[in-house]
Design a protein around this ligand. Structure first.
Ligand code: HEM
Ligand code: HEM
Length: 165
């Protein structure tokens, strides 16, 4: 679970950095499309890792929350973790659907995956809108989650981060 946690973080970080860097390159340039391919490949890796993670999560006992936390804190952590699962599974699915409904193959590190679904511009636009809105939630909730981890580390000093390393 620990390895999967940090691999998902790495995949999501690569996906976000790659897509944000595309703004610095003109449309149609080779670098821009390479960055977009990297975005999609890293995003697909996140999807695969999250499926493994979900299976691992439901098939074994989970560690108890660290002692000393209030009920409210435990609930806030639980709700954030659930939302992070939804986002990390939902974002790549929306990205894949947006591409497939646009009639585009989905790249995966040099390979290509063509989904057997008909083109539909309206659905593609909808999936892309949701993907962009979801991106804002990713920034907010990954930010809150990381800030909470640092709070545990430096303010509560309860060694929570250590059990994730
Ligand atoms: C964890 C997985 C993913 C995350 C966190 C993520 C995040 C993002 C972010 C932050 C943006 C920029 C939004 C904006 O400009 O407002 C974006 C755009 C986009 N993403 Fe993803 N994404 C993921 C996976 C995927 C996958 C798997 C695909 C397709 C196979 C995909 C396709 C796209 C496309 C086509 C855009 C629009 C780029 C543009 O023209 O501006 N994404 N994504
Ligand atoms: C894409 C980014 C991230 C995602 C999606 C994510 C997701 C999650 C999820 C869902 C859990 C709950 C474990 C479970 O029930 O499966 C968790 C736990 C944890 N995360 Fe993250 N995380 C991310 C980034 C980070 C970062 C950057 C840090 C540190 C600064 C961090 C520190 C922790 C810690 C310490 C725990 C353990 C909590 C415990 O043992 O109870 N995470 N993470």
């Amino acid at each position: 679970m620990r390895a999967l946690h940090w691999l998902v973080f790495l995949g999501a970080a690569i996906a976000v950095v790659a897509v944000e860097l595309t703004d610095f390159f003109p449309k149609g340039s080779a670098t821009r499309s390479a960055l977009m391919n990297l975005h999609k490949s890293a995003g697909l890796s996140v999807l695969a890792l999250m499926v493994l993670r979900l299976l691992a999560r439901v098939s074994q006992p989970v560690p108890a929350p660290p002692p000393g936390g209030s009920r409210l804190m435990e609930r806030a952590a639980g709700a954030t973790h659930l939302l992070l699962y939804v986002l990390m599974l939902g974002m790549p699915v929306l990205g894949v659907l947006a591409s497939a409904w646009r009639g585009r193959a989905v790249p995966f590190f040099g390979l290509e995956w063509t989904l057997p679904i008909a083109q539909n511009k309206a659905l593609s636009d909808l999936a892309m809108d949701l993907h962009r809105t979801g991106a804002t939630f990713v920034y907010i909730f990954v930010g809150l989650h990381a800030a909470a981890a640092l709070w545990h580390q430096f303010v509560l000093k309860d060694r929570l981060l250590r059990r994730m390393l």
